[in-house]
Design a protein around this ligand. Structure first.
Ligand code: NAP
Ligand code: MG
Length: 493
């Protein structure tokens, strides 16, 4: 039986008046898991109104940091208690592997605990600005936060926004991607079992064009925080201009992974594979451009292909699968189109390139790990984000060229360097224009560290104290300790 999902507004589960529904599908076999509502503009506006009124009531925004932290700990504990169910739902709906989903759920509950702790460690600044003028700098919630998330990390991207937004005292409206609402719904069911006051957190299931656009435009929303494509990020920024709401944008990337001839090649191959094939390449920080120094190119490519060939692609819920499904038919088509473009552009397809249509996988959306060599910087497969298990491998002569090629992109999200010369590795990574970078590893990062991109990869930073800052206003309060008249307009003098 398919589940019939609802909107969650003001502490109530509601049906949408819109008869149109989104079928939620398991991408591993195309079975229908659920029917999701497509909220109307009016329903989205209602969610915003409720968030505004609970914010203004102070029921959450005026709780002390200690009180709010307590609720965040309760949420973390609920996630922990339901970790297995959340993991299964994520695998079912997104198509990722159990191992990947387990990591996401663990990261999600850790994020709530981290912000609960951080909140209690955030203290206001105060100083004597001039004699008897005491200044306080205080942090306050922004107000109403619209949170719009993509399908690649449904629970994790939701939590990376919800945890700091709630910690700061905001009221929120979450809009998950239409095709992956399952774990967000579960998360809200768990919120109901905590002391989070009714009306603080709303869940709007609907399309980007209606629900997402309404959140971005609304004059009653103070910040819109978005993760997704650069194109939609630009639309959101335009829509947000109406009331000059704050925008926090985590967008796409085409991240370089640079391997020098003095690197530990096996290590570089290992992380090269992890960098692109984890999440079937549907990761914003994927290392989708490998830059290999000329003299080790052949050895590297040979080892890389041998290992990539051995990756077991299959349904996420099969423990043996190392790489899962592509999230949707539409997205699979878009990746296949890029593979075709690569061939037409004259790149050498040296591995994969096909949809997998045997052993039961024909029912789902699976693509072989795909490797292109002999690419040039002007090719579309080198410039555009494919967001799938497709890597392009380029060569470089020396340090200077490596940096040039790495930065020859409109994006600036992530990047990595492999070398046993630490000084060189750090020198080069500092020249890579990107916000999330690695030396001798890929994808390793923590909740303490700011997450975000340079150039067209976004604005602002998630996670760490920077992530809490995104959802706060900063106010100065100047207090006369011993008030005296200014005598500015006194006439005499
Ligand atoms: P997307 O179109 O950018 O969608 C992300 C979220 O924004 C979804 O919830 C979407 O709603 C919503 N949205 C769409 N149009 C909107 C609008 N006009 N106003 C407000 N919200 C809007 O991403 P996608 O369709 O999921 O994937 C397309 C491409 O985005 C991928 O191929 C990839 O390049 C990139 N992407 C990047 C990341 C990342 O982490 N940086 C993550 C996912 C995707 P719907 O439910 O209608 O889609
Ligand atoms: Mg979309």
């Amino acid at each position: 039986m398919t589940k019939h999902l609802k909107l969650y507004i003001d502490g109530e589960w509601l049906d949408s008046v819109n008869p149109d529904r989104q079928e939620v599908i398991n991408p591993a076999n195309q079975e229908v898991i659920a029917q999701a509502p497509q909220a109307t503009k009016e329903e989205t506006e209602k969610a915003i109104r409720i968030a505004r009124s609970t914010f203004e009531s102070g029921i959450w925004s005026e709780q002390t940091p200690g009180e709010r932290a307590e609720v965040l700990y309760q949420i973390a504990n609920k996630i922990e208690a339901h970790a297995e169910e959340l993991t299964e739902l994520e695998v079912l709906n997104n198509g990722k592997t159990i191992r990947e989903a387990e990591a996401d759920v663990a990261d999600a509950l850790h994020t709530f605990r981290y912000y609960a702790g951080l909140l209690q460690n955030q203290t206001d600044e105060t100083f004597e600005a001039e004699k008897d003028l005491q200044t306080m700098i205080v942090k306050e919630p922004m107000g109403v936060a619209g949170l719009i998330v993509p399908w690649n990390f449904p629970i994790l991207m939701s939590v990376w926004k919800i945890a700091p937004a709630l910690a700061a005292g905001n009221s929120i409206i979450l809009k998950p991607a239409e095709i992956t609402p399952m774990t967000a719904v579960k998360l809200y069911e768990l919120f109901e079992q905590t002391d989070l006051p009714k009306g603080v957190a709303q869940l709007v299931l609907g399309t980007g064009a209606v629900a997402g656009q309404t959140l971005s435009e609304s004059k009653d929303v103070d910040i819109v925080s978005f993760t997704g494509s650069t194109k939609v990020g630009q639309q959101i920024m335009q829509a947000a201009a109406g009331n000059l709401k704050k925008v926090s944008l985590e967008l796409g990337g085409k991240s370089p992974n640079i391997v020098f001839n003095d690197a530990d090649i096996d290590l570089a191959v290992d992380y090269g594979l992890f960098g692109i094939f984890m999440g079937a390449g549907q990761v914003c920080t994927s290392g989708s451009r490998l830059l290999i120094q000329e003299d080790i190119y052949e050895t590297f490519v040979e080892k890389f292909i041998e290992k990539a060939k051995a990756i077991r692609v299959g349904p996420g819920n099969d423990k043996a699968s190392e790489m899962g499904a592509i999230v949707s038919n539409k997205h699979m088509d878009s990746i296949m189109e890029y593979i075709q473009i690569g061939k037409e552009e004259g790149a050498h397809l040296v591995l994969g390139g096909k949809r997998i249509e045997k052993d039961g996988l024909e029912k789902g959306f699976f693509i072989e790990p795909t490797v292109f060599t002999n690419v040039t910087s002007d090719m579309r497969i080198v410039r555009e984000e494919i967001f799938g298990p497709v890597i392009v491998i380029q060569t470089f002569k020396d340090e200077e060229e490596a940096i040039h090629v790495a930065n020859d992109t409109d994006y600036g999200l992530a990047g990595a360097v492999f070398s046993t010369d630490q000084a060189k590795a750090v020198r080069v990574i500092k020249k890579v224009r990107a916000g999330i970078t690695w030396v001798n590893n890929y994808h390793l990062s923590s909740v303490q560290s700011p997450w975000g991109g340079y150039k067209t990869s976004g604005i602002g930073r998630s996670l760490g104290k920077y992530g809490l800052d995104e959802y706060q206003e900063t106010k100065q309060i100047n207090i006369s300790m011993n008030p005296e008249r200014s005598d500015w307009f006194d006439g005499e003098k």
